[in-house]
Design a binder for this molecule. Sequence first.
Ligand SMILES: *[C@@H]1O[C@H](CO)[C@@H](O)[C@H](O)[C@H]1NC(C)=O
Ligand SMILES: *[C@@H]1O[C@H](CO)[C@@H](O)[C@H](O)[C@H]1NC(C)=O
Ligand SMILES: *[C@@H]1O[C@H](CO)[C@@H](O)[C@H](O)[C@H]1NC(C)=O
Length: 439
Amino acid sequence: MRLLQFGLILALASGFAAIIIYINGLANIYEKSLLSDEDLGALESLQSGFQKCVSSNGLGLQAARGRDYCQVTIKFPSDTVPKWKDPKTGELEGLSFDFNLCEAVATWEQVRNSTTILTKEFIDALPNGWTDYAWRRINKGILLNNCKNKTLCMEKLSLVLPETPPYFPRQFDRCAVIGNSGDLLKTRFGKEIDGYDAVIRENGAPIENYTAYVGKKSTFRLLNRGSAKALDKVVELDETRKEALIIKTTVHDIMNKMIQEVPIHNPVYLMLGASFGSAAKGTGLKALEFALSICESVDMYGFTVDPGYKEWTRYFSESRQGHTPLHGRAYYQMMECLGLIKIHSPMRADPNRIVTYVPSHSTVTAARTASEKLLRRVGAGSGEPLHACSIIKKQLQREPIGISSIRKAAVDHKNFVKGATMYPLEHSPGHGLLCTVPN
Ligand SMILES: *[C@@H]1O[C@H](CO)[C@@H](O)[C@H](O)[C@H]1NC(C)=O
Ligand SMILES: *[C@@H]1O[C@H](CO)[C@@H](O)[C@H](O)[C@H]1NC(C)=O
Ligand SMILES: *[C@@H]1O[C@H](CO)[C@@H](O)[C@H](O)[C@H]1NC(C)=O
């Protein structure tokens, strides 16, 4: 009886303690005492540099502070004529867009240390990976009854599922992501593009007959559902047939059949992406995400980013309905001003153009740490290299990598993370990662 009473008191006490901690937590957000003065300084400095960067590089765009250190609004000049109408509401696109810098800096910096290729190791390590996740990456996977027959699921994924990641952070030095905008025909960027260490293209973008404008080199190609179904046609676009094909969506029986029967010798993988919310769904952003996960620096060509551009054509075909072009343009400007990418376009054609007021490495790191705290991300504020890992799995056998052929920066990074591989967990609260570490 005594024991019971004691237990009851203990339970009550810890209940109260929890409530008090909870209330304190709320008060902390309110007073911003969640953040140190140093953190606040970092966010403040990121935001003020950002405004300067947008006005000096944005070709007419301006950034305004929002209600706190994270919120910014990017505005187009008032004489901009929006052309794109939302097919659902019939409304023209607006001229100002709100962005959350803290969210962006925390998420994109995480992308730079993550792998964006789906692997068997990932599905194996994910709790219920085979029953809850694998079927989502198979076309009509819902019919597979949560992969009740695991052998069948593995069979369907086998041609696109490497055991461990084929690429790793900082593997390439300079990368170019090539969009499909008709704008590309205004500048002969071909030679410049071929000078990159890796070139990433999208969907059915042709190379032949356009090399003066888009270059010849092609290392990766990001594919949406439609292009993936025409895999046999897509592989013909690159005459070396070495391009690696990265599929955004699901593996399809038609695809498996083509890989085996055509046959297709190019590497084919499925992409594993972070969640950025509605702002970042198109193939273009996915290509940037993939590039940022394997490259030291990322340059962007062929996205419609110049003021006054409203033809919305592809360089190889007539007009097509672009989607939210102004929103996209503002988002890319934000990325440039966070130091993630550099934009090249007819109006920014000088290859040596310097993006002014880009935040320094130390500002980004400090702002990212502060943002993680503010957003209550997993492991926020810890100096540990594996701080954001919400699931850590030891891996028995790691494929040895020929160290000699790897860039020093990639080796340094690998040492920093103690050989871990970090995978984004979609829809994970706090953006936790799944990490596999050598045993
Ligand atoms: C599971 O799938 C494999 C491969 O398609 C098949 O050979 C096997 O018969 C299936 N097992 C069951 C119990 O349906
Ligand atoms: C390149 O041009 C030639 C001649 O017009 C044409 O036959 C060929 O299909 C074109 N190639 C591509 C990839 O568009
Ligand atoms: C990513 O790795 C680098 C070392 O290569 C490290 O300095 C940086 O803090 C890491 N970023 C995140 C978000 O963990």
